[in-house]
Design a protein around this ligand. Structure first.
Ligand code: ATP
Ligand code: MG
Length: 327
């Protein structure tokens, strides 16, 4: 039986990138195994954030999970900070990951490059340690993520290898998996950059009104020429919009190219906006209903209870293996 695990950190408003690369896919794969899905609130502390914002973002993610069709009867949905084993295991694992490899992580390099050295928190540097703990606690073998998180899952694999070589087979080996189309949605204003919730440039937010979403797509940066063609090197803007369209409509790039032969960027963008709005209208309506319903708290408490049972078992196994026990 597969164990599937993933999470999103409540650092900001969720984007269309998070929806396509992560949430929509979580809902699709959830029944292929036993699924644990958390809100990585401890990870959100790695960049400065207001307490109320962190709290609101966390509840929002839970509501978006539910709105996307994640089924709380099947999938355990919980807050990372509600299961203290995440922190406890991270303290252990930090001794099996090394400064050199942590400093080579793209996310760390990207996010810290914008800061003064004195202001870079240890948590940002040690992010992959906590993420390795998140993963191995649930004996998860399948880790659905967007492209940017694959490097961290690789590091979790390294730590599993190290622990298992040293102490016997105590941890399951995780593997990252990505959606075929849409694992890296780019910014609409700068298609050389990933759309990121902590970097507001060129984002479509799930909280944007349908009107705003449409406007943002209509004003997305496009490329030289006027052909609708999938060519990420020479036509990154159009290719990004094609990716959005393909991932939401199921049409292949070839089909989209054929459909728009002889048509211009304006027609194409209108069609992309239609696809996005058609997907987002019912999704956003469900989200509103869920937020009003008070369901979120119930789901999070139940999810944490179930998660804790599995997490505790793994932590105890690790503690025993490394010598942290009383006779
Ligand atoms: P942050 O700027 O705080 O890092 P983020 O938008 O990158 O925010 P994460 O919480 O880091 O979001 O990632 C949540 C999930 O969404 C991960 O699986 C990640 O790989 C995926 N994801 C993030 N951005 C994109 C994107 N632009 N396209 C596809 N998937 C994405
Ligand atoms: Mg990210």
């Amino acid at each position: 039986m597969d164990r599937i695990l993933s999470g999103i950190k409540p650092t900001g408003q969720l984007t269309l990138g998070n929806y396509i690369g992560a949430i929509k896919n979580f809902a699709k794969v959830q029944y292929e195994g036993e699924t644990f899905l958390f809100i990585a609130d401890l990870h959100a502390l790695t960049l400065p954030i207001e307490p109320e914002t962190l709290n609101k973002n966390s509840r929002d993610i839970a509501a978006y999970y539910l709105a996307a069709g994640l089924d709380p009867k099947h999938t355990s949905i919980f807050l990372q900070s509600d299961v203290s084993e995440h922190s406890e295991l991270a303290i252990i694992l930090q001794n099996y990951l090394y400064m050199g490899e942590l400093s080579r992580m793209t996310q760390f390099k990207d996010k810290s490059s914008k800061m003064k050295e004195e202001a870079i928190g240890l948590g940002l540097f040690a992010y992959p340690v906590l993420m390795a703990a998140d993963i191995v606690l649930y004996n998860a073998n399948r880790i659905p993520v967007g492209e940017d998180q694959v490097q961290h899952v690789e590091l979790a694999r390294d730590v599993v290898k190290r622990m298992n070589n040293r102490y016997g087979k105590i941890l399951a080996m995780p593997k990252a998996e990505m959606v075929k189309v849409g694992a890296r949605i780019m910014s609409l204003s700068d298609p050389s950059k990933k759309m990121s919730k902590s970097d507001p440039k060129g984002d479509i937010y799930l909280s944007d009104s349908l009107e705003v979403m449409r406007k943002k797509i209509m004003s997305a940066v496009t490329d030289m020429g006027k052909e609708i063609k999938y060519d990420p090197i020479n036509k990154p803007g159009i290719s990004n919009l094609m990716t959005i369209m393909s991932s939401l409509s199921g049409k292949s790039f070839e089909e989209i190219e054929k459909e728009f032969v002889g048509k211009g960027y304006g027609d194409f963008k209108r069609a992309v906006a239609d696809v996005v709005v058609n997907e987002m209208a019912p999704f956003k309506a469900r989200y509103e209903e869920i937020i009003q319903s008070g369901l979120v708290d119930e789901v999070l408490s139940e999810g944490a209870k179930r998660a804790k049972v599995v997490a505790k078992e793994t932590l105890t196994r690790v503690q025993h293996a490394i010598g942290l026990y009383r006779k």
